[in-house]
Design a binder for this molecule. Structure first.
Ligand SMILES: Cc1ncc(COP(=O)(O)O)c(C=O)c1O
Length: 399
């Protein structure tokens, strides 16, 4: 049996599949922007494990950090002080609008924490504010509260009854938001660029107005920066692109460069948790926080945020210059880019790119989602654009 066949056999026999029919490839290792499969075939990766592998593969600093930390200690417990946790907290706070941070293991867990923090804030104040407003087509995670927050019925249906009082309003419609915002609203939670729905950035004027309404009505503003945070959009945090600060925000994906780490950050008045209110066994352990420190330092000290901005603009311009009737729109910020194509060809384009050794994400059957490692150069962008142009010509001919 070939290695891939054996992996597929074990997976199909023993794994509780929630992912549907998988892409029939397994990777053994990576280097820089490249991944290699079980047959030794190289792929240029514009998917990065869904916006996770911010430093690419086998990055010298991250590899060394993991090796060195493994030789010392992987996990202790948050009942003790943890040097790496305290250092990563300081690094995030000194480079953001937040005053404090709590670490966890994933995006869903960070958002779950944000929802609980907002509830606890109003509980402390003795205010009855049961409602949350989130956006239609949003994605906030797979725990019960974050599924309830997520504005997509397909993720919610089997889990009713959901957590109550999540109201979903259409993106970029300020009147719809205004109609729901009231003295009963605890918080609004939103993504600045909706990733799972196909890379839809929020309008700047809409966000500014939401901030104003929140201030006016005492509603907390939570940004889910699980996908947009940590340099991805050409700033350390995407809210910097908008000039609008949240009261609470969340991070995960790119923060550990592939090692699971999530974070919940808040300004001081909203740090409402008291001892015993919330917790985690693994969150913020020495290994994950050492990786977080390494990633943030690489971004801040080695120009990767600027690279996301510069190479991201170059990428978007190059995509916009592709002359194909199959491309309807190119949108995004920094290195979070969506290429909307005519309906029905997304999966085919993704498959043909993969045959040519290029990995890209697909949302539904018409949008390519490109979230490459932040170490990408213009040379790799050019390779992508050449291959996409060829694939689109092939699809057009076949249509
Ligand atoms: C914006 C956003 N929030 C939350 C999540 C959930 O993160 P996780 O899968 O780490 O729980 C995701 C995952 O794709 C996401 O894109």
């Amino acid at each position: 049996m070939k290695p891939l066949q054996e992996i597929m056999h074990n997976d199909e026999t023993y794994y509780m599949n929630t992912f549907g029919k998988r892409n029939p490839v397994a990777f053994t290792h990576g280097e820089g922007m490249k991944l290699f499969d079980t047959e030794g075939k190289p792929y240029l990766d514009f998917f990065a494990g869904i916006a996770v592998n911010s430093l690419g593969y086998h990055h010298p600093a991250l590899t060394k950090t993991i090796q060195q930390q493994a030789e010392k200690v992987l996990h202790t417990s948050s009942v003790f002080y943890i040097e790496q946790q305290a250092r990563l907290a300081k690094l995030l706070v000194t480079n953001s609008c937040a005053d404090r941070v709590f670490f966890c293991n994933s995006g869903a867990e960070a958002n779950e924490g944000a929802i609980k923090l907002a509830r606890k804030y109003f509980w402390n104040k003795g205010e009855q504010r049961p409602e949350f407003i989130t956006l239609q087509s949003s994605f906030h995670g797979r725990t019960l509260a974050t599924v309830s927050a997520t504005g997509q019925e397909k993720y919610q249906k089997p889990y009713a009854p959901l957590v109550e009082k999540f109201i979903h309003v259409p993106i970029n419609d300020i009147e719809a938001f205004r109609a729901q915002a009231s003295k009963k609203t605890a918080a609004v939670m939103l993504e600045l660029i909706q990733g799972e729905s196909g890379v839809h950035p929020i309008d700047s004027a809409y966000l500014t107005e939401i901030r104003n309404i929140c201030d006016e009505k005492g509603i907390l503003l939570i940004f889910d920066e699980v996908q947009t945070g940590v340099g991805r959009t050409g700033k350390l945090f995407c809210y910097e692109n908008y000039g609008v600060e949240p009261d609470i925000f969340t991070l995960a994906k790119g923060l550990g460069g592939g090692v699971p780490v999530g974070a919940l950050l808040a300004k001081e008045p909203f740090c409402a948790f008291e001892p015993g209110d919330h917790g985690t066994t693994f969150g913020g352990n020495p290994l994950s926080c050492a990786c977080g420190i390494c990633v943030i330092q690489e971004l801040l000290e080695n120009g990767l945020i600027e690279n996301a901005e510069k190479t991201g603009s170059y990428f978007q311009s190059a995509l916009k210059n592709i002359s194909s009737p199959l491309i309807a729109e190119v949108r995004g910020m920094g290195l979070m880019i969506g290429v909307e194509m005519t309906a029905g060809i997304g999966k085919t384009v993704q498959k043909l790119l993969q045959e040519k050794g290029i990995l890209a994400g697909a949302v539904g059957d018409k949008i390519l989602r490109l979230v490459p490692p932040l170490i990408i150069t213009e040379k790799e962008v050019d390779i992508f654009v050449t291959n996409l142009t060829a694939v689109l010509a092939e699809v057009e001919k076949g249509a």
